[in-house]
Design a protein around this ligand. Structure first.
Ligand SMILES: [Zn+2]
Length: 138
């Protein structure tokens, strides 16, 4: 995955480099040590900012909204009202199996269920986005 450094990470790394330079130029050992500590703190802050960036990138990549490029995405059948008493609300999608078929709301296309073939039967999922009831038979 291609990742660009954010402004925050760049800023912290630049401050760390500055402190390192100032430490080298400092006339006495106490000042040198102080700049070195400052530099270490900026580097730690850069790592923290980088982690936040990665986390945000990961969260925004969640398959909340179905991608039309997903080859295994299938629309569920919308039903009038649930025949059985048990209804599960989604999203967040019900994940029965990782990295398998994506089942979308038959009305609005929101990702509701991730499951393998022949894994779920007789389940009714109510889409939180549009309120439609979807019959799940994978
Ligand atoms: Zn829906």
């Amino acid at each position: 995955m291609l990742r660009r450094k954010s402004v925050a990470v760049d800023f912290c790394l630049n401050r760390a480099a500055e402190c390192e330079k100032l430490g080298e130029l400092a006339p006495d050992r106490t000042t040198k040590t102080r700049y070195r500590k400052l530099s270490a703190n900026w580097l730690r802050l850069a790592r923290s900012a980088s982690f936040t960036d990665r986390l945000e990138a990961h969260l925004s990549a969640e398959p909340w909204i179905a991608s039309p490029f997903h080859s295994k995405a299938r629309k569920l059948k919308v039903i009038e009202s649930p025949r059985t008493g048990h209804v599960i609300d989604a999203p967040p999608p019900i994940v029965a199996s990782d990295q398998s078929n994506h089942y979308l709301c038959g009305h609005c296309g929101t990702l509701l269920v991730i499951a393998d073939d022949d894994q779920l039967h007789g389940l009714v999922v109510r889409c939180r986005e549009c309120g439609s009831y979807n019959a799940v038979d994978t």
